[in-house]
Design a protein around this ligand. Structure first.
Ligand code: NDP
Ligand code: 2IT
Length: 451
């Protein structure tokens, strides 16, 4: 790398760390984008002079608020709510809400930053945001979850709106939580609008939104494989997580002919050497979405499978890995284990599941590797399609939505090829996604002046 480019990166990071101490996930996400786009910024000095990337790394607005509620024992509970509105150059702020004990400002800022580039890649008019709270619905009754959601929305509602900011689900926020959040929003705002996505099918939701992130991930991975003459057919696939993204990634990979042999949660993973089939998949959906059980129960129900408590799945030999749980779930040793086990393709369903050391190993070993902001964009893209249907007050068929999702994932893949090709012909999807996402946001910011 040119010396002046390296100097730019070093001084940028020094200033970012000085202004945002104690936010390691945010530093990690910004550094990855910075390394990808710095050479481009050097080639277009107006972007440097206008401090475009410096501005994107400073959220337009951060809201932090108290969320008081009462649990079933009558005890008063206090959580902290967030909405980070990172960038609105391309459209209203858009991004999920995460309810998990680990939520803090660093995690919210990294997710909102990532979302800005991801949403740019979708080709749809959406800015980037993320929100959440350090509250995890696991183990809570429906009543507790509802009271929490109502209290959370009682503050959030004044910061969002169909043309301002449109939240959706993420970890710990699925159909049940979106329902409670929407109900309270409607009550407070006195309007029935598409201010949240991931809504129920009967009241403004889009067909295929629940499936979209996992399905889109597989459509993207299919394109990566197709380019090198491969497919999912007959491949052994590891999936981590067992929530929304993992379930539908596993289902689609299985339907495309792969043998999906793992699923996990934060307590451990199951290994089923025979692979998932439709019956096992139906069991997983019922276990996780209706009974809200734990993945270890799978190994009791299907004795061919083994449960490994406290472990991640990356040591199992495979062809393809689809991390669909959480950030930094693939560290250096996990990446080494994957490579040793024969893995030739890692497509991220989660946001930033691979640490920088793991990403470096994937790129050095020239395997197919796609960052979440490209390969998991099908979820937010379908949220964008839900917004369009809400605005037009129409309801598209499953086939129509699926065709849009296919097209969008193909367009994102094409953008990665356009901007990510290295001199030896290797496609660096990290560089491609970051650069393609950045250029569109940067050009819009230049057009809109210093705001
Ligand atoms: P869910 O809450 O539905 O599922 C999350 C899954 O990941 C659960 O199996 C959960 O296990 C596991 N998990 C969560 N935190 C941890 C942790 N710290 N360590 C190990 N496992 C963990 O969330 P989603 O499926 O929606 O989200 C998964 C990932 O995909 C996240 O990174 C999210 O940001 C990303 N994503 C989601 C999109 C969406 O549309 N929902 C769109 C794009 C990306 P447990 O039950 O034990 O907590
Ligand atoms: O990380 C993500 O892209 C999401 N959680 C989905 C966001 C959305 O607005 O659908």
């Amino acid at each position: 790398m040119e010396k002046f480019t390296q100097n730019y990166i070093d001084s940028f990071m020094a200033e970012l760390l000085r202004r945002n101490p104690g936010e390691p996930e945010f530093h990690q996400a910004v550094h990855e984008v910075l390394v990808s786009v710095a050479p481009y910024i050097m080639d277009y000095p107006h972007l440097r002079d206008l401090k475009i990337l410096e501005r994107i790394a400073e959220p337009e607005r951060v809201v932090m608020f108290r969320v008081p509620w009462t649990d079933d024992r009558g005890e008063v509970r206090i959580n902290r709510g967030y909405r980070v509105q990172c960038n609105s150059a391309l459209g209203p702020y858009k991004g999920g809400i995460r309810f998990h004990a680990s939520v803090n400002l660093s995690i919210m800022k990294f997710l909102a930053f990532e979302q800005t580039f991801k949403n740019s890649l979708t080709t749809l008019p959406m800015g980037g945001a993320k929100g959440g709270a350090d509250f995890y619905p696991r183990g809570c009754s429906d009543g507790e979850v509802m009271r929490f959601c109502q209290s959370f929305m009682t503050e959030l509602f004044r910061h969002i709106g169909q043309d301002t900011d449109v939240p959706a689900g993420d970890i710990g926020v699925g159909g049940r939580e979106i329902g409670f959040l929407f109900g309270q929003y409607k009550r407070l705002a006195n309007e029935f609008t598409g201010t949240l996505t991931g809504k129920g099918l009967g009241w403004g939701g889009s067909l295929l939104r629940p499936e979209a992130t996992g399905y889109g991930l597989c459509y993207f991975a299919e394109q990566m494989l197709e380019r090198v003459g491969e497919s999912f057919e007959g491949k052994t696939v590891l999936v981590s997580g067992s929530g929304n993204v993992a379930q539908h990634a596993a289902q689609k990979a299985m339907r495309l002919g792969a043998r999906v042999v793992t699923l996990s949660d934060s307590d451990g993973f199951i290994h089923d050497p025979d692979g998932l089939d439709e019956e096992k998949m139906a069991y997983v959906l019922e276990l996780k979405n209706i009974r809200r059980g734990r993945i270890k129960e799978y190994a009791t129900k299907f004795p061919g499978a083994t449960y490994y408590p406290g472990k991640r799945p990356w040591g199992i030999p495979c062809d393809i890995a689809l991390p669909c749980a959480t950030q930094n779930e693939i560290g250096k040793e996990d990446a080494e284990a994957l490579l040793k086990g024969g893995c030739r393709c890692v497509a991220e369903g989660a946001n930033m599941p691979s640490t920088p050391e793991a990403v470096a190993l994937f790129l050095e070993n020239r395997i197919l590797y796609s960052p979440g902001k490209a390969s998991n964009a099908g979820g937010v893209a379908t949220s964008g399609l839900e917004m369009s249907q809400n605005s037009m007050r129409v309801h598209w068929t499953r086939e129509e939505v699926d065709a849009h999702l296919h097209r969008i994932m193909s367009d994102i893949h094409a953008a990665c090829l356009r901007y990510g090709e290295e001199s030896d012909g290797y496609i660096n999807y990290v560089k491609g996604a970051n650069l393609a996402g950045f250029i569109k946001v940067a050009d819009a910011m230049v057009d809109q002046g210093l705001v």
